[in-house]
Design a protein around this ligand. Structure first.
Ligand code: DAT
Ligand code: MG
Length: 138
């Protein structure tokens, strides 16, 4: 066993489309635990810290503006190898190519929406998870 914690976000598109229940169901059905949860509209400073690795990239501003566009659900999730495990539940970044069976592959809409509207975020490493959990659940 390698019990880890990761940060999952249901992004504004997932909240607006009433997909919180469906996304949490997939996490719980997999056997992961919801340790802490909160629904709120994040400040730009939190989003800037969260996405600091992408600062300067062409999609950075649209990404931050999208994340500011409505409430976000932040979830602290625990489980055996959950960091990699949730990334595979989520599917690849672009919903139009994400595999069927994944959150982005099954629920992401492919009708010209932007890549940032991909429903969820999951930490990508133990270091990212520790950093992001400290930001969102400080
Ligand atoms: P992930 O969310 O799969 O970890 P990432 O960390 O590379 O992906 O990027 C963070 C977010 O930025 C991603 O969820 C959506 C957006 N994004 C990434 N690459 C993009 C691109 N080429 N065009 C538009 N948005 C992009
Ligand atoms: Mg990422």
């Amino acid at each position: 066993m390698n019990v880890e914690e990761t940060l999952v976000l249901v992004k504004p598109d997932g909240v607006a489309r009433n997909l919180i229940g469906e996304i949490l169901r997939r996490i719980e059905t997999k056997g992961y635990q919801l340790v802490d949860i909160k629904l709120f509209e994040p400040e730009r400073s939190l989003l800037a810290a969260h996405y600091e690795e992408h600062e300067g990239k062409p999609f950075y501003e649209p990404l931050i503006e999208f994340m500011e566009s409505g409430p976000v659900l932040a979830v602290r999730v625990a489980g055996n190898r959950v960091i990699e495990g949730f990334r595979s539940l989520a599917g690849t970044t672009d919903p139009s190519t994400a595999a069927p069976g994944t959150i982005r592959g099954d629920l992401g809409r492919d009708w010209g929406l932007k890549v940032q509207q991909n429903l969820v975020h999951g930490s990508d490493s133990p270091e990212s998870a520790a950093r992001e959990l400290a930001l969102w659940f400080s």
